[in-house]
Design a protein around this ligand. Structure first.
Ligand code: MFK
Length: 220
């Protein structure tokens, strides 16, 4: 449970997606790979030849142990194996920050996170494309919270101030309007009191989803 400090009153929030650690250890493996990701992209080293050998052996071992799950086999939104691979929220995707969202009773979805050097665009700042990607996911989660999901057809990001690395960030999003299959959402990104970026997005529930697929589980 999380408190919503900006509201002036304590409002409890629920964790949006429950992603328990995978029994295989894949979630913990992703955590360790994220540590490596940040270190390799943001540090200098004298000689990594021994570590390269170790990494190559690790990659070979994982490849041998893996039963691949080709993209064509994913056909449901929001089921655990679908969420796990997501590049923004996927607990088993080492490329994901990962963004961990909560939802408030009014439908606002919020995520607090800090992005490291592996997300750098301008020196010391978060890459604008990363901001857009996180916004897209936040708006998608706001749609899921409103139990009316769709695919992005338009995403307009306004960058108002540089988004700093290694600084607590707050993303907020909510669904604002629905007209049939068309959904509109908005969101903001703050670093402390500074508005770094805002977003407006339009989503469309695909025709094929109305044929029953939307009933497939979206956790939250
Ligand atoms: C818990 C897990 C949460 C996961 C969250 C995931 C968030 C991530 C979201 C994404 O990244 S989605 C990936 C990026 N988006 C896409 O790949 C979408 C590509 N577009 C499509 O596949 C189709 O356009 C789409 C399936 C969305 C809609 O096709 P349809 O054939 O079902 O709808 P149609 O083309 O008839 O359009 C429906 C209405 O939307 C309108 N529309 C469509 N695209 C528009 C657009 N770009 N701008 C404005 N209006 C648009 C269209 O004019 C029409 O309006 P009317 O009903 O009034 O005639």
């Amino acid at each position: 449970m999380t408190e919503q400090p900006d509201s002036g009153e304590a409002v409890s929030a629920q964790t949006f997606l429950d992603q328990p650690d995978h029994a295989s250890g894949a979630t913990e493996l992703a955590r360790q790979l994220r540590r490596i990701r940040g270190l390799v992209s943001g540090a200098d080293f004298e000689d990594l030849s021994a570590e390269i050998e170790l990494a190559r052996e690790l990659a070979d071992r994982i490849e041998n142990a893996a039963t691949p799950h080709p993209p064509a086999q994913y056909d449901s939104w929001g089921v655990p194996e679908h969420i796990a691979s997501n590049p923004v929220i996927g607990s088993r995707n080492p490329a994901a920050p990962p963004l961990d969202a909560v939802v408030f009773p009014d439908g606002t979805v919020r995520a607090d996170l800090t992005l490291g050097v592996e997300f750098q665009g301008p020196p010391g700042c978060v890459h604008g494309g990363v901001v857009a990607m996180l916004f897209d996911e936040m708006l998608g989660l706001a749609n899921a919270a409103a139990e009316h999901i769709g695919m992005t057809v338009d995403l307009q990001v306004t960058y108002s101030a540089p988004t700093p690395l290694d600084t607590p960030l707050r993303f907020e999003a909510r669904q604002e309007r629905v007209d049939g299959r068309k959904l509109w959402c908005a969101g903001t990104l703050h670093a402390g009191d500074t508005l770094c970026a805002s977003v407006r997005g339009m989503f469309v529930t695909p025709r094929w989803m109305l044929d029953g697929d939307q009933s497939k589980p979206i956790e939250g």
